[in-house]
Design a protein around this ligand. Structure first.
Ligand code: ZN
Length: 418
């Protein structure tokens, strides 16, 4: 939850949307106008002792599992106050062209574990074979930090790091906390890439028991930025009908200059409309759930915002392309695997009759880009094909396979495990 410096009008909005008075009595509202839970209760203490159900070890187990995907790389991009690694996942397929970068970080506030559940579902979606996932992997680079504050999680701090500092609002400190410094460094590096961050999402949860994005008003940003946010939130709402509140639900940054203490502040002051940087708040209450619906709604909104997914309904989002290359099966493999591909897969049988044969090349390369095998090099008519690849004489490792026709190409990777 974002405890921002907000104008009185926004505080009124918050109060209006906080949990009803009857439910509020379950909590002991402390500093939070929306009903911060009673951290002295036995239930709260026991939940906290168990890291609210998802510890640093839980993350490490998941990272090991996710790393098995050919689309995932895991790096440590810094260290916390207590020297825990700050893990960042990179999710992308292996196509070489320039892609749009999306940043997501979660668990700034350890007791907002719902942000983690949504983020984990985002990861699961991105690694799936859903058509939208394939398109997102093909057109984007996702950099995801699932646990920004592992010290806080392990020490059962509701909102703080090991130095009892709230990392969320530490960005304007003269000497920011180690975690903030690390994240700033990563942002600086990624923004200097030829494909800088275009969308940055900061995953939290709120006791208001609503799902919403923290909207930065035009008065505190710009009318262009306001429109960008409204459109983005609209996409998410369309993809999850009734699930996510409208942008008017929680407004912040009511005037200029906007606050300087948040990660979104850093993006705004340095990059303005170039980065759509917003906090997402999931439900932090017993009615929480629907994490998979939330995750897919957020990803569909990201895809539409970046022009990758069309703005029609989800079912129609499988936009035809002239080349389709499937993940080899089995993968990992030893020593043979099957690769399926299709040319103009969207054409009807009738249309295919009039389509000319085109030169199609499917080659396998090692990770250094050295050609290992040519599987296809011939003129083919539109349709679906499959070919086997035998790696009898090759050593274990990652190999790339690339399908090429005319100016189009698709590359994927596979793992040989002997
Ligand atoms: Zn929070």
């Amino acid at each position: 939850m974002k405890r921002s410096i907000i104008a009185s009008v926004a505080i009124v909005l918050m109060a209006m949307h906080c949990v009803p008075a009857s439910a509020q009595s379950l909590f002991a509202p402390k500093e939070d106008p929306c009903g911060y839970p009673d951290t002295s209760s036995a239930q709260y203490k026991s939940d906290a002792a168990l890291n609210w159900g998802y510890s640093f070890d839980s993350l490490r187990v998941d990272l090991a599992r996710w790393s098995l995907s050919p689309f995932v790389r895991v790096d440590s991009v810094g260290a916390t106050v207590q020297n825990r690694p700050m893990y960042m996942m990179t999710i992308q397929d292996t196509t070489t062209r320039l892609r749009k970068r999306v940043w997501i970080h979660a668990r700034t506030h350890p007791n907002e574990v719902q942000g983690t559940w949504v983020t984990n579902e985002i990861i699961r979606f991105l690694l799936s074979s859903k058509p939208e996932a394939i398109k997102l992997r093909d057109s984007c680079i996702f950099n995801i930090m699932p646990m920004y504050n592992p010290d806080g999680v392990e020490l059962a701090k509701p909102r703080e790091n090991a130095n009892n500092i709230d990392l969320e609002s530490n960005w304007n400190a003269a000497t920011p906390q180690a975690e903030v410094q690390a994240l700033k460094r990563v942002f600086l590096q990624l923004m200097a890439q030829p494909n800088p961050i275009r969308v940055a999402l900061n995953m939290h949860s709120a006791y208001a028991c609503k799902r919403y994005f923290v909207y930065h008003t035009a008065a505190g940003t710009s009318s262009l930025f306001a429109t960008m946010q409204q459109t983005f939130i609209g996409y998410a709402r369309t993809a999850f009908p009734g699930g996510i509140e409208p942008y008017t639900y929680f407004t912040s940054w009511p005037s200029t200059p906007p606050p300087t203490q948040y990660p979104e502040s850093w993006f705004w002051y340095n990059h303005h409309e170039a980065v759509l940087a917003n906090t997402y708040e999931d439900k932090n209450c017993t009615a929480a759930g629907g994490y998979d619906s939330t995750a897919s709604a957020i990803l569909i909104a990201v895809g539409k915002h970046l022009g990758i997914l069309t703005t029609t309904s989800v079912a129609e989002e499988v936009v035809p392309s002239d080349l389709k290359l499937e993940q080899n099966y089995p993968n990992p493999f030893n020593p043979t695997t099957t690769i399926r591909f299709a040319l103009n897969p969207s054409l009807s049988q009738q249309e295919r009759v009039f389509e000319e044969r085109v030169r199609v090349i499917l080659k396998v390369y090692d990770v250094l880009g050295r050609e290992v095998a040519t599987l296809v090099n011939e003129n083919l008519a539109p349709g679906s094909y499959e070919t086997d690849f035998s790696a009898l004489n090759l050593s274990s490792g990652i190999y790339l396979y690339r399908l090429e026709s005319g100016n189009s190409f698709v590359t994927k990777r596979m793992t040989l495990l002997k």
